[in-house]
Design a protein around this ligand. Structure first.
Ligand SMILES: Cc1cc2nc3c(=O)[nH]c(=O)nc-3n(C[C@H](O)[C@H](O)[C@H](O)COP(=O)(O)OP(=O)(O)OC[C@H]3O[C@@H](n4cnc5c(N)ncnc54)[C@H](O)[C@@H]3O)c2cc1C
Length: 419
């Protein structure tokens, strides 16, 4: 589909960014100072600005022109993601000896924020893929790292994270998928629900029960597509995140070699949660990109749309709303980056900070996108206008990788434990 009307503005946001290494797009914008105060390159090193520029450029040229089409036709853009992998985005925080880029959590957040301005749904899948690659890199032995990571980093192969089950969502430690050891194989039985990429991906990082009830009885196995006994449910119809499939993943006497177990038996829940700490920063970063793009779309609309004989931008109520959106965006970005730094340095509060970032940022950025849609009036509700897709795509960030209610549970539990 050709890029027309408001969608092309998203492409411009990115290319403008790339040319100037700043979201300041024109002299008049500079004078207004509206855009520069939300500049996502603020405070970054020269090197970080460089790869941020590359990510914005990729979002503008390779993703934004297609984001509506991928959404409407439910296309999983495999070749585009492989191009992203050529830039190092397939294993951003995976170690270089197995094909990763070896960047930090903060660097990763900067990249996912920029990519999301071009397509939230595709970037969010790339972030889940990165999380799986990191789990194998970090908890796998050398043989496992060498077997799986290079193909994941190049996105020759794609990965899925399999924790949720039909009967265990927020209470993930109650999962029932069983893995019984028989000689040098585990026999898996059970099913996983809502698996991003499910059916279209090649490598499944599966949390399953090898022992007692609760978190200590859970192990983590890597299951490869094509393993007998592995099958998939129907593709789910979703509100957003349509450029990536979501399916149930089903195991029926599925034989998985013991050599595919990450870590020891019983370490699976810990591995799953460690993956999610970074996953929460990543998904919050995807919300930041959506909010950033939506805010610029709203600003542009207010400047050109006239009602009551003048531009909407002259209305003080809307000016105040815009200011609040900008303030919440910048506050959100600061929190994400603080959490990313804490995770990178293994700060004792990293888990709480990652949860806070996920809770605050996915809520606030959803509100920003929703307000941006409101500022577009009826046009915001039309699929010709990108803002509705940002709203639909980031709604689910409040639900997955631990719901925002679960984030509250983690934060308050850690606070109460301190006393
Ligand atoms: C599009 C999509 C993609 C997904 N991708 C993946 C994936 O790739 N891999 C994966 O493993 N999972 C995935 N999920 C699953 C997701 O992580 C779960 O949906 C989520 O963890 C919530 O679980 P649930 O849906 O079972 O809701 P439930 O746990 O049933 O919760 C329902 C509601 O009750 C609230 N609630 C539950 N318990 C409490 C409590 N004690 N206190 C207060 N409130 C509570 C919840 O916050 C929620 O609002 C995906 C989901 C979606 C929609």
């Amino acid at each position: 589909m050709a890029v027309v009307g408001p969608l092309s503005r998203i492409a411009r946001i990115g290319s403008t960014f790339c040319r100037n290494n700043s979201v300041v797009s024109s002299r008049s914008s500079q004078r207004r100072g509206i855009v520069s105060c939300i500049d996502p390159s603020h405070g970054l090193t020269d090197e970080q600005k460089e790869f941020q520029k590359v990510a914005f450029d990729f979002a503008a040229n390779e993703m934004a022109p297609h984001m509506a089409d991928w959404d409407q036709k439910e296309i999983f853009p495999v070749e585009t993601m492989r191009k992203a992998a050529q830039l190092g985005f397939g294993g951003i925080y995976v170690q270089p000896d197995v094909g990763g880029s070896g960047l930090s959590r903060l660097d990763t957040s900067i990249i996912f924020e920029a990519l999301s301005t071009g397509c939230v749904s595709t970037t969010a899948y790339i972030s889940i893929h990165n999380m799986c690659a990191w789990m194998i890199d970090t908890f796998g032995n050398n043989e496992q790292r060498e077997k799986f990571c290079p193909d994941l980093c190049s996105m020759e192969k794609f990965a899925s994270y399999c924790l949720t089950e039909p009967g265990s969502g927020s209470d993930a430690a109650s999962l029932l998928t069983s893995a019984q050891k028989k000689g040098d194989h585990y026999i898996l039985n059970g099913s996983k629900a809502f698996i991003s990429g499910g059916g279209d991906t090649d490598v499944y990082v599966v949390m399953c029960r090898t022992g007692v009830k609760g978190p200590k009885g859970i192990s983590c196995l890597v299951v490869e597509k094509g393993t007998p006994g592995l099958s998939f449910g129907k593709k789910e119809k979703k509100v957003g995140w349509n450029s990536q499939p979501t399916r149930a993943v089903i195991f029926e006497d599925c034989e998985v070699p013991v050599t595919n177990r990450l870590g020891e038996e019983g370490q699976g829940f810990n591995i799953a949660m460690k993956g999610l700490n970074g996953g929460r920063i990543n998904i919050a970063s995807c919300s930041l990109g959506a909010a950033h793009a939506s805010l610029l779309l709203a600003r542009d609309h207010l400047l050109v749309r006239k009602q009551f004989g003048e531009a909407l931008a002259n209305n003080q109520y809307l000016q105040f709303k815009l200011a609040e959106m900008a303030t919440k965006l910048v506050a959100s970005r600061l929190l994400v980056r603080e959490a990313a730094k804490a995770l990178q340095t293994n700060h004792p509060d990293a888990v709480s900070l990652c949860s806070m970032a996920k809770l605050f940022v996915t809520d606030e950025c959803f509100n920003i996108c929703n307000q941006a849609l409101q500022m577009h009036g009826g046009y915001g509700y039309l699929k010709d206008y990108a803002v509705q897709q940002f709203v639909r795509d980031i709604r689910v960030h409040q639900i997955l990788e631990g719901t925002n209610e679960v984030m509250r549970m983690i934060i308050s539990r850690n606070l109460l434990m301190e006393s």
